[in-house]
Design a protein around this ligand. Structure first.
Ligand code: UDP
Length: 426
């Protein structure tokens, strides 16, 4: 059997004060006909990256809503993760395709994992490309299969997308963060568009006082009285940590006191991570005001929270970004947020109103300088950013969207359910 993830327990009722009453009632109404339905989520890792982050909240809340929900991790080894990272990069636009050997490895692991999946659920939810092809081994499944793509598919490498399309066509539904990500191809299942969400009650996002945040970052050597810029991200070229260092160096010319923290955990399915981590360390060139930290330095959820809360500005200078939970989180914490004008980030930040969208290290530096010069004005934007997140990107809304989809797949009447963020594109 595939490894089961222990997600602990969460109660929907705890979210009542954060979500609107209408939404909580809608969740209860949508959950009633789904009582006892069995759902299995499949993904490649339980640690590192946005999918793991989302599932640790979504799954216990689905359980609390009355669905028998579990999350299993597919098996892999380095040869497989090398291929899935190549697929990930290609789907985000890398011109490098897959050779025959890589295709063989991908297929072999799909078959191996399929053998270990018990196909006895009502819904199988497959996250991202790593387990995407398992469906090929269940031609007679009675379950409804849903594929949830979390990355930026707006300009994919066509040969790799074509390789995956026959599997995608077998699904009963597919979900994307944005309309622009839906592949332009014949015979696809209905596509639903909705963004992910953060959990406002998780240790990573729960309220943390400025004093507690300062106390925590101080333990990592940060000078708490001097300004800090932070980016929280996996060490991945699409997240552009080297560009962040370039921006920081420009800011430092104007604010010599400024410090930079690059906080990035190592996801276990990301073999490129180490290489890129080393490149980042080399690029920082021993600058004592650049702090490159990861789970290896004992950075966990609360520490990520503290770094975001303590920062004068939080950056996410991505070049491609499926959605960017690392943008949602600082907005929720009322932090001035500067991020790349790409992918799902543009659905989160209204440039000039709720944050800063940038296209280059220079623009990124200018935004940081503006924030450091006028923190009061920056806070006004950040406050608007927080309200936007409250309305659109918190977990109860995400749970609601899933319940709408499950009901639709069962042919249940969802009229009256508010489905503004869900739109079939078929
Ligand atoms: N994350 C973390 N520690 C790190 C790097 C990332 O906890 O050192 C978390 C981050 O807080 C966020 C998630 O991993 O919740 C990353 O999701 P995002 O959508 O930003 O990007 P992805 O990694 O999925 O591309």
């Amino acid at each position: 059997m595939l490894q089961l993830v222990n997600v602990g327990h969460k109660a929907l009722a705890d979210y009542a004060t954060i979500a609107t009453r209408g939404l909580m009632e809608e969740i209860r109404r949508l959950a009633a006909p789904l009582e006892g339905r069995r759902v299995v989520h499949l993904s490649a890792t339980a640690f590192g990256g946005g999918v793991a982050e989302i599932n640790y909240t979504l799954i216990p809340l689905m359980q609390d809503a009355g669905l028998e929900t579990e999350w299993r991790i597919i098996r892999g080894a380095e040869e497989f993760y090398n291929v899935t990272k190549a697929i990930h990069n290609a789907l985000q636009g890398n011109p490098q395709g897959l050779d025959d050997e890589q295709r063989e490895i991908y297929k072999r692991y799909q078959a191996l994992n399929a053998q270990e999946l018990e196909d006895d659920c009502d819904f199988v939810v497959v996250h991202d490309p790593q387990p995407l092809g398992m469906i090929d081994h269940f031609p007679d499944s009675r379950a409804q299969w849903v594929w949830r793509g979390h990355i930026d598919f707006s300009a994919p490498n066509q040969s790799v997308l074509d390789y995956l399309l026959p599997s995608i066509r077998r699904y009963d539904a597919a979900i994307f963060h944005m309309r622009e990500y839906v592949p332009r191809a014949e015979g696809l299942p209905p596509a639903y568009i909705w963004p992910p969400a953060i959990d406002p009650l998780a240790p990573k996002n729960m309220a943390l006082s400025a004093e507690d945040a300062a106390y925590i970052v101080d333990q990592f050597g940060i000078h708490v009285e001097r300004p800090l810029l932070t980016q929280v991200s996996r060490f991945d070229p699409w997240k552009d940590p080297l560009g962040v260092i370039d921006s920081y160096r420009l800011v430092k010319q104007r604010f010599p006191d400024v410090q930079l923290a690059l906080v990035g955990s190592m996801a276990h399915d990301d073999p490129e991570g180490w290489e890129y981590y080393n490149q980042t360390v080399a690029y920082a060139d021993g600058d004592p005001d650049i702090y490159i930290l990861s789970n290896l330095n004992n950075i966990g959820s609360v520490e990520v929270n503290a770094f975001q809360v303590h920062s004068a500005a939080v950056l996410q200078k991505s070049i491609r970004e499926g959605f960017g939970l690392t943008v949602t989180a600082p907005l929720w914490k009322t932090r001035p947020t500067v991020a790349g004008r790409v992918g799902g980030i543009v659905t989160q930040i209204q440039d000039g109103a709720t944050g800063w969208l940038v296209d280059s290290p220079e623009e990124c530096a200018e935004a940081c300088i503006e924030i450091l010069r006028d923190p009061r004005e920056a806070r006004q934007r950040a406050l608007r950013g927080k309200e936007y997140v409250r309305r659109h990107f918190l977990t109860p809304r995400l749970l609601r969207d899933w319940l709408v989809l499950f009901n639709r797949l069962l042919g249940n009447d969802t009229s009256g359910a508010e489905v503004a963020v869900v739109s079939a594109v078929s």
